[in-house]
Design a protein around this ligand. Structure first.
Ligand SMILES: [Ca+2]
Ligand SMILES: [Ca+2]
Length: 318
């Protein structure tokens, strides 16, 4: 079930075993014959420690790390199959979140959905955003957006791949889109590629009169595609350097007719209007990478086990 978890538990058991055998037997038995010298109470004690160690793993959420480019994270926080079946357009959903002003936002891996909000089958790690940063760059006179992805970007993605940067650029709510994935914004910058076209920029602005996204203006934005990052630079001539921006980014990858969409900030899509989705757990103040968590957990459990064992050993000697 949890192979690595079992390995940790076995390591803990070994540590306890060595402590018991070497520390409690006056004859100092060799490794090959120790087992027969362990009293039944010790075995019970050891089994309890191992069970405790194993029980810690799922509690700490370390047993299964969601894979980039999947809907694993949503499942891990309790989304049901019905919720992941996806049956509502973005216009039929509660409002998408947004970031206020310059700064950084992090995002879990494995929180993508398809275009209807259901589990995705595309499984492209490079379509999964792990973080985004908006910086005002006075040197280049640009707004710089850097998006970090869950895997390396292929030189030539086989299907359409797009990064959208959606912004309210003027603080005026009256010229913003009213619903859908672009709710609350008035400009859309993007960089896209298809199997036939290398990466190129695109730009749309929301025309509040007729209420549609106009394509009659071009952007002089530039971009860099890195190994697992996309950097995008919007000139102050197009978005004022004095603006207080409200923004979100959207990564979309396709495989045939299947889609994988990651919207940041937020996990998955917002729930259909009137419904409630599971809420992600609050992040701990110490945000260690998974490998460091394992090491820390192993050390904690081993130390606790040794402490408890010594207490028991002392009592037995009395
Ligand atoms: Ca993500
Ligand atoms: Ca606006």
């Amino acid at each position: 079930m949890y192979p690595f978890g079992r390995a940790v538990a076995q390591l803990v058991a070994r540590l306890v075993w060595d402590q018991e055998a070497v520390g409690s037997s006056p004859a100092g038995p060799t490794r090959g014959i120790r087992r027969t010298n362990i009293p039944m109470t010790n075995r019970f004690h050891r089994a309890a420690i191992v069970a405790t160690a194993v029980s810690f793993l799922p509690i700490l959420g370390l047993a299964a790390t969601p894979m980039a480019g999947t809907s694993d994270y949503l499942r891990s926080i309790g989304y049901t199959d019905v919720q992941l079946s996806g049956n509502a357009t973005t216009e039929q959903r509660e409002a998408f979140s947004a970031v206020q002003g310059a700064g950084s936002v992090s995002d879990p891996l494995g929180d993508e959905v398809d275009r209807k909000g259901g589990a995705t089958t595309v499984n492209a790690a490079y379509g999964d955003i792990s973080g985004a940063t908006l910086t005002r760059n006075d040197t280049t006179q640009t707004w710089d957006v850097v998006v970090t992805l869950g895997g390396p970007i292929p030189e030539k993605p086989t299907d359409k791949t797009e990064l959208f940067i959606l912004m309210d650029t003027n603080g005026d709510l009256s010229d913003n889109a009213k619903d859908g994935i672009r709710v609350g914004v008035d400009m859309e910058f993007s960089v896209q590629c298809t199997k036939d076209h290398p990466w190129y920029t695109d730009y749309r602005w929301f025309n509040k009169g007729p209420q549609f996204w106009a394509v009659n203006k071009e952007t002089k934005s530039t971009f860099e595609i890195g190994t697992d990052t996309i950097a995008y630079h919007i000139p102050f001539a197009e978005v004022s350097g004095d603006a207080t921006l409200t923004w979100r980014v959207v990564m979309a990858a396709a495989k045939g007719s299947d889609s994988e969409i990651d919207v940041v900030p937020g996990v998955g899509f917002p729930p259909p209007k009137g419904e409630i989705y599971p809420v992600p757990p609050t992040k701990s103040s110490i945000d260690l990478p998974p490998a460091a968590k394992w090491v820390a957990l192993t050390a904690i459990v081993a130390a606790l086990s040794m402490f408890v064992h010594r207490k028991f050993a002392k009592k037995r000697k009395k």
